[in-house]
Design a protein around this ligand. Structure first.
Ligand code: TEU
Length: 584
């Protein structure tokens, strides 16, 4: 090429480059963060085991999801997060992976996965995979080899404590009957570490070879065309291998301690260089801790991840020192509101958050944060939907919540499937605790409540599948189901669609500045969202009674954009579980 032509091309491409940049300039009123598809997206979480069973074995599968693609599209969501679909013995429902590059047999095969991915992409829906990187299954080839001998090439893929050094320093385990994080292995005369169940050995990220294998595996999925990752327990991957005793100040706060490994962010940055930066991905990490710690995962300058999935608000209202035991006196609503305001302010300048009220580790949002009595189920379900979709953070919406599914509330321990509940039950029992009280509490907070099969229609098993489902279908499926709600324009389902459209049509709901109002109101969550001169007011009455609200804003000339009653309240009061968004 002649030098003059080269110069011409250089000048021309520079102009194009900068004009594209200006077009994508942020429209946010108060921050420097850029517009991104994953900030504007609503993510719908699918727990494949419970969504749709296509072959009658009682377990949901990929073909089942394929048969529901048009339904998922009809919701208006932009992306899905699929809980783990990899090969697994399923002792923790896929969070114990035995082969990261194969599909769990119960769910189908790789051909089904490719069809599913294409089916989503054809409909303009992105797919986020669940990546479990802190641990794998004890059935994984790496562990099967490692446990044979200290000389195995995979021995250092895990953390071991040689028995000749005596008992290992205490580590707590979340899913262990003895709450003990080390398990003895005879063949190697050593203990392996497991922060979760003993069938979930922790991977040794301190070993560069393991990290390279993980990155290679992640690139395999990226090359297939997946659009992002939800990274399970990522904050726990780095360990201090001098194994100091657990510091006293972390007593009871194991999550924080486990999330403070010395090389955590070096590893995430390395993963970013080796994998994430090479693709256009949405990444979200389960990130424990206070604001400065969580910001480290998502501050753009640090080149780690996109979104933080924090636990402070969702874990609120449990009795201190008792695992997931709801306080019978309820929770401090004013404090809860302030937690949301605090986390909003965390990401004004840098990073980005997520908004959710439920997922597969939580009970149904309607039971926990709303009101599942017949009188208020409909109103409170719509209220929670309004809340999730009007905050400044990417909404992660859990399947089934769009029709207002609620907790199944098992009576007996035998009815449960979840390893978390079963091991915690044993822990309470070992301590001589009150098991009846424990089971009462679990009716509100246990994970199986959120895992019962999707309620599609009034046919056998709610249309989930022909076989006996792995968890029973909630007995209310004859009234609470998709088919019935499709026909009712005022259903929770259609309200969810409407609210999604509202968020799509109003940038202000995505990027607009957030201001909490009437902060000390013990019943109402009230806030404004503002962007480029547009201002919305969100009013949410979280109580089953008429309440007053005092935001100091005159809504007289405001236009109501959405409301969950046929005739909205006017002035300073709100009806039970009323939700209104005004454009001021
Ligand atoms: O959960 C990670 C996690 O930190 C758990 O403590 C979670 O908060 C707990 O399950 C809440 O009840 C992930 C997955 O989401 C969960 O389903 C798995 O069981 C867990 O990892 C182990 O892989």
């Amino acid at each position: 090429m002649k030098p003059t032509i080269k110069i011409f091309f250089f000048v021309f491409s520079t102009i194009i480059f900068f004009s594209c940049k200006t077009k994508n300039k942020p429209a946010r009123a108060d921050a420097g963060t850029e517009r991104k598809w994953w900030k504007e997206a609503t993510v719908y979480q699918i727990y494949p085991r419970s969504f749709q069973d296509s072959d009658g074995d009682g377990v949901g599968d990929l073909k089942g999801i394929i048969s529901r693609l048009d339904y998922i599209k009809s919701l208006g969501i932009d992306a899905v997060w699929l809980n783990p679909v990899y090969e697994s013995p399923n002792k923790d429902n896929g969070y114990d992976i035995s082969d990261y590059q194969n599909i769990m047999k119960q769910f189908g095969n790789m051909d089904d996965f490719d069809k599913l991915l294409k089916g989503f992409h054809d409909r303009g829906i992105k797919v986020m995979m669940d990546m479990v990187l802190n641990h794998c299954s004890d059935q994984h080839k790496w562990f099967q080899e490692a446990k044979k001998s200290r000389n195995s090439e995979y021995y250092n893929y895990f953390h071991w404590w040689p028995a000749e050094k005596g008992e290992p320093p205490y580590r707590w385990s979340i899913f262990d009957e003895k709450a003990y994080g080390w398990e003895f292995n005879k063949a190697t005369n050593s203990y392996y570490l497991h922060y979760f169940a003993d069938f979930q050995p922790d991977l040794n990220w301190e070993n560069p070879q393991l990290r390279q294998d993980i990155y290679k595996m992640m690139r395999y999925w990226c090359d297939k065309g997946v659009d992002g990752f939800r990274m399970d327990a990522l904050a726990f991957i780095s360990k201090d291998t001098t194994w100091p005793p657990l510091p006293k100040e972390y007593n009871g706060n194991w999550g924080l301690y486990y999330a403070s490994g010395p090389y955590l962010h070096d590893y995430i940055q390395e993963m970013n260089r080796e994998v994430l930066s090479k693709y256009n991905l949405a990444t979200v990490a389960e990130a424990m801790g206070d604001i400065p710690r969580v910001k480290m995962f998502v501050d753009e300058d640090r080149k780690e991840l996109n979104m933080a999935y924090n636990f402070e608000a969702i874990d609120f209202g449990y009795l201190p020192g008792e695992y997931k035991m709801p306080d019978p006196n309820g929770y401090d609503f004013v404090k809860w509101k302030s937690i949301y305001a605090k986390w909003d302010s965390a990401f004004v300048e840098k990073g980005w958050g997520t908004m959710y009220l439920a997922n597969h580790d939580q009970p149904r949002m309607l039971t926990r944060w709303g009101n599942d009595t017949p009188e208020f189920r409909d109103y409170s379900s719509k209220l929670l939907t309004t809340f999730i979709l009007s905050m400044r953070a990417t909404p992660f919406y859990y399947f089934g919540d769009e029709i207002g599914m609620n907790n199944i509330k098992f009576e007996k321990v035998e009815q449960y499937n979840d390893v978390e509940l079963l091991t915690n039950y044993e822990q309470v029992k070992a301590k001589g605790g009150d098991l009846k009280r424990f089971l009462e509490g679990m009716k509100i907070s246990s994970r199986d409540n959120g895992r019962t099969p999707m309620q599609w229609d009034t046919t056998t098993n709610a249309g989930f599948g022909n076989g006996k489902s792995w968890l029973p279908v909630n007995g209310n499926y004859k009234t609470i189901n998709v088919a019935a709600q499709e026909k009712d324009e005022n259903s929770c389902l259609n309200y969810f669609r409407k609210m999604i459209r509202l968020r799509k049509d109003n940038d202000v709901l995505v990027y607009g500045k957030y201001t909490l109002l009437d902060k000390t109101n013990p019943d109402v969550f009230a806030y404004t969202r503002e962007l480029n001169g547009k201002k919305l007011l969100v009013l949410l009455n979280f109580r089953g009674k008429i309440t007053s609200v005092n935001t100091g804003i005159d809504v007289g000339n405001g236009e109501i954009l959405i409301n969950n009653y046929s005739t909205p309240s006017a002035g300073g009061t709100l009806k039970p579980y009323e939700a209104i968004i005004y454009q001021l």
